[in-house]
Design a protein around this ligand. Structure first.
Ligand code: C2E
Ligand code: MG
Ligand code: MG
Ligand code: MG
Length: 282
């Protein structure tokens, strides 16, 4: 088979690989200065309660605008922040920025929304995340009950006993914990039931294939049933169609997030979105 594909295929692949590696190195060097150059910003995506149609929460999502590059997506630059360790200081900045924004919105009279912030494995493993969060809550004045940290299964599996303790320290601050991209990892039900998390977030890949791949429909239905059994909140991300929404509603999923309602928005746009009464479901 390799012979039939011929030499060019391999040459092509190799140069492609080198180009990619070169591009990533270039991004990494740009990212080293991005924080001090104030090239990062946050966008906010609403989370909607299916029963009432109201916005009940918001997820902060990191954006990077490098003056001499075309826009680079989060899925592309965040892995590089993780590989280089830059995600630790950048992640702290994200927490500070998002908490201050949430407090500013409250002071401006906006209805209190729960704020979800993504935490990377490195932030969780290294340093003292609980102490960082405690300080940021104190400095910003945000009610801990309004902060939700989004973690992923894989980062909790590495050292279970230690992870449990770290999670409990975070819980003791009064913040809530969510398992992001749920369904893509290998968590067992027994393991999950012991974690002090309050919410599961169904990965958007399952929602995307909800009506095209029967096995994904089964996965989504099972996760919804499981969340109900374990008494966990459930949020479906990446909801793009009315058909997906109706399926989730019928199965008893409580909250959704996705382009059907809104993309992520710059802070001013997000405030307008809430003001326009879209939070009342109309
Ligand atoms: P995530 O935490 O699972 O965030 C949801 C992603 O799905 C976001 O992509 C969001 O824009 C996208 N999304 C939401 N609704 C839809 C939809 O209806 N259709 C589609 N196709 N996509 C939708 P984004 O902003 O590109 O972020 C990608 C990932 O990067 C995030 O996935 C998260 O893992 C990571 N990330 C983003 N911001 C941060 C951050 O501040 N810190 C860390 N550690 N990771 C972050
Ligand atoms: Mg997330
Ligand atoms: Mg996710
Ligand atoms: Mg993700």
């Amino acid at each position: 088979e390799a012979k039939r594909l011929g030499r060019n295929t391999i040459v092509c692949y190799t140069s492609d690989f080198h180009q990619q590696a070169h591009y990533r190195l270039m991004l990494a060097s740009r990212l080293h200065r991005a924080l001090e150059n104030e090239e990062f910003s946050l966008q906010y995506q609403p989370q909607i309660c299916l029963a009432t149609g109201r916005v009940i929460g918001v997820e902060a999502l990191l954006r990077w605008e490098c003056p001499d590059l075309a826009p680079v997506s989060a899925t592309e630059f965040i892995p590089i922040l993780e590989e280089t360790g830059l995600i630790v200081p950048v992640g702290t900045w994200v927490l500070q920025q998002a908490c201050c924004q949430a407090v500013a919105w409250q002071r401006a009279g906006m209805v209190s929304l729960r704020l979800s912030v993504n935490i990377s494995a490195l932030q969780f493993q290294r340093g003292d995340l609980a102490e960082t969060v405690r300080q940021i809550l104190a400095e910003s004045g945000l009610d801990p009950a309004l902060l939700c940290l989004e973690l992923t299964e894989s980062m909790l599996m590495i050292d279970t006993a230690h992870a449990q303790q770290k999670l409990q320290e975070l819980r003791d601050l009064g913040v809530s914990l969510s398992l992001d991209d749920f369904g893509t990892g290998y968590s067992s039900l027994a393991y999950l039931s012991r974690l002090p998390v309050q919410e599961l977030k169904v990965d958007r890949s399952f929602i995307h294939r909800l009506h095209t791949t029967p096995s994904d429909t089964a996965v989504v239905n099972t996760i919804i049933a499981m969340a109900q059994e374990l008494g966990l909140e459930l949020i479906a991300e990446g909801v793009e169609t009315e058909e997906q929404k109706q399926h989730l509603l019928a199965r008893g999923c409580t909250t959704i997030q996705g382009f059907l309602f809104s993309r992520s928005l710059a802070p001013e746009k997000f405030a307008e979105f809430i003001d326009q009464g879209l939070s009342d479901g109309g």
